[in-house]
Design a protein around this ligand. Structure first.
Ligand code: SF4
Length: 89
């Protein structure tokens, strides 16, 4: 539970405060998400307009419910079906 909370905070922090290294990783993850059937349009488009990674703009993962703009930027997060892994795993 605490791990999940930490991942969410990290994702939002990296979404707000852009870091080139994180963006590079997030773009690779987003490329996988953008062709995944579990990536669906969520209600995040207005709350979380992704200016740098357009392919996941407004989308969420239907398996975990997370907005992809934050999830892809959370280095400790991993894809529920392991299309991409946590950076520090
Ligand atoms: S996190 Fe994984 S399961 Fe979810 S949309 Fe991205 S690739 Fe698909």
């Amino acid at each position: 539970m605490f791990k999940k909370f930490k991942e969410i905070v990290e994702g939002w922090r990296n979404y707000i405060f852009e870091d080139p290294k994180v963006e590079e990783i997030a773009k690779k993850r987003a490329a996988a998400c953008s062709i995944c059937p579990h990536a669906v349009m969520g209600s995040w488009n207005q709350k979380m307009p992704d200016k740098t990674i357009q392919v996941i703009k407004g989308m969420k993962c239907s398996l975990c419910g997370c907005p992809l703009s934050a999830k892809c930027r959370s280095l400790d997060s991993e894809c529920p079906i392991l299309k991409w892994k946590a950076e520090n795993a």
